[in-house]
Ligand binder design. Sequence first.
Ligand SMILES: *[C@@H]1O[C@H](CO)[C@@H](O)[C@H](O)[C@H]1NC(C)=O
Ligand SMILES: *[C@@H]1O[C@H](CO)[C@@H](O)[C@H](O)[C@H]1NC(C)=O
Ligand SMILES: *[C@@H]1O[C@H](CO)[C@@H](O)[C@H](O)[C@H]1NC(C)=O
Ligand SMILES: *[C@@H]1O[C@H](CO)[C@@H](O)[C@H](O)[C@H]1NC(C)=O
Length: 668
Amino acid sequence: MGKSRSMVRRFLLVIFLQILVQAHRATSKTTTEFLFQGFNGNKSKIQLDGDSAITPNGLLRLTERKPDLAGTAFYDKPVRLLDNDSTVRSFSTSFVFVIIPSSSNNGGFGFTFTLSPTPNRPDAENAQYLGLLNEDNDGDPDNHVFAVEFDTVQGYKDSTNRIGNHIGLNFNSLSSQVQEPVAYYDKEGHKEDFQLTSGEPIQVFIDYNGPTKRLTLTVYPTRLGSKPTIPLISQRVPKLIEIVQEEMFVGFTAATGEEISSSHYVMGWSFSTGTSPATTLNISALPRPPPNTSKKARFNKEVISLVVSLTTVVTLMLVLLIVLIIYKRRLQQDDVLEDWELDHPHRFRYKDLHTATDGFNKNRIIGTGGFGTVYKGMITTSSSSSSSTSSSTSPSGEIAVKKITPNSVQGIREFVAEIESLGRLRHKNLVNLQGWCKHGNDLLLIYDYIPNGSLDSLLYSKPRISGAVLTWKARFQIAKGIASGLLYLHEEWEKIVIHRDVKPSNVLIDDQMNPRLGDFGLARLHERGSLSHTTVVVGTIGYMAPELTRNGNSSSASDVFAFGVLLLEIVSGRKPTDSGSFFLADWVMELYVSGDVLRAVDARLGSGYDEREARLAFSVGLLCCHPKRGSRPAMRMVLRYLNGDEEVPEIEVYSHSSRRYSLPDLKE
Ligand SMILES: *[C@@H]1O[C@H](CO)[C@@H](O)[C@H](O)[C@H]1NC(C)=O
Ligand SMILES: *[C@@H]1O[C@H](CO)[C@@H](O)[C@H](O)[C@H]1NC(C)=O
Ligand SMILES: *[C@@H]1O[C@H](CO)[C@@H](O)[C@H](O)[C@H]1NC(C)=O
Ligand SMILES: *[C@@H]1O[C@H](CO)[C@@H](O)[C@H](O)[C@H]1NC(C)=O
């Protein structure tokens, strides 16, 4: 019994399902067909949203000519557009529209004919979003929106708002997949452009053929009287199946922008699904087109482009002229002199330096740091002697130009006076200062060009020049040379010059391996240039005497300290400090105390060094590094020790830190 009852139930269920399927087939066969010869009396058939309205004389107005509007108008009943899962049903539509812009080249933004899952477009934005989509859902495949856009503004997304005049096919997005400038084909097959915003009625035919998936679009001014035979767009759009859902709404969207707006009108509309085309609109039976209130464009396109290009050319020429003038001024700037700048024999002309360094070309840079950038230059005798105010020494040949931008300009004037005297310093172990030049806020110092680079690079760079370790002979010669240069600065010249930044990178080596001390006195510019009255401690960590960090007073004794560190460095090939608490002088001192000081000699020298000279150099170095300034020897004595003219006195044991080195600390 139970078995047969369930069979009956199953049978009934099958019947019921079949009825459902048939009912579904019947409804899916339902076609839609409508014709609006104007919209008078059809208000109930059209769902209006946003700023759209039906005017008293029966025009469907999508937007007025006001800023920032968006309006939509959809046929109020859904339309079946799916035949089955894989075929979009054929449909056909025709409408007549009018766009009245503010002036014939200033309208916006346009309108669309749309297939939408909803009879309105909630959250759609105006301007380039055409009342269809918004910034967030633009391009979203879940939109299920197909639109034919009649766009009167170019430059979607780049917001350039140029005049646009095109028709595009849009799938879920405002970026058109197919885009055509607005035109029709005349009887001879010539393409004729025309403006969407002309203010005249324009008719559109859009036909989609389901089986061939081909969409054709024809657009033309109704004044032509008959539909052109060649469509503007004929395109297979298989993508439509991804858009179309079982039920879709058909209608229009339109929008205006902040600065540009048009009123968009639809005068009549017919639509049908299925293979037969939409009913032909009777143009003469449509409501009267809206009055053409657009103003005449003030300029036509040619005039505008002419004006624009002329303006551009003139502007460019003006800019060029200004640049030239500024450039010339800059070149001549050093010839516009303040009183104090006159009569300085060591002054160079900026123009000559500019030429010599190839316009301060990047590839002329031979060094940076130490207050400025250094350029290599080539100065010719003729160029310097041709200038009446330039250096009396008439230098020629290779030069190094150091470009300094001091912290403040105030210091420059005093400093130049000093430079003038520094310019008279002449010693074989100094990098001779040939002259100077003030240019704007920059101070340019001109030095002899020294070919071998700095001691720093000779001691540490890998690979070393010519691959060889700096020989002992060269090291000792360099040490004595630096001492001799410092002695000259401290004692032998008419006044005391404190170097303030003795370190390997400030020692240049010439082609005979003689050291040349550079950058002397420069630190002073830095001190003077500083704005506050607080003393700026100038120097380089590792070479600064302990009293400098306490009171900031540079003295010849602090130069001696730095020389001591440098001397130990030359012999040991080690930097004065490392990131930890290593301090070279302390380390050498401990080896010295343990009677094993020669273990501190640069291991790369092997046995290639003079033991007596090495011991001597270490002793002098340690003497110079004494924490108490009063215990350090003067440069004159240092040189006498190094030359063997005087015995090195006994060295007091000291330490700069509390750290003890685990002896011997020789790895690295
Ligand atoms: C629009 O209204 C007119 C006049 O009332 C009517 O004849 C026509 O059938 C309507 N059109 C549609 C599509 O409902
Ligand atoms: C869908 O309909 C088309 C045309 O009516 C037909 O050719 C096709 O075979 C149908 N496809 C399916 C899956 O029913
Ligand atoms: C509408 O007015 C503008 C400006 O006066 C003019 O350029 C355009 O040709 C007019 N359009 C029609 C259809 O009269
Ligand atoms: C078009 O409309 C006009 C005026 O309403 C009418 O005289 C004419 O017969 C219509 N034409 C057609 C083909 O219906």
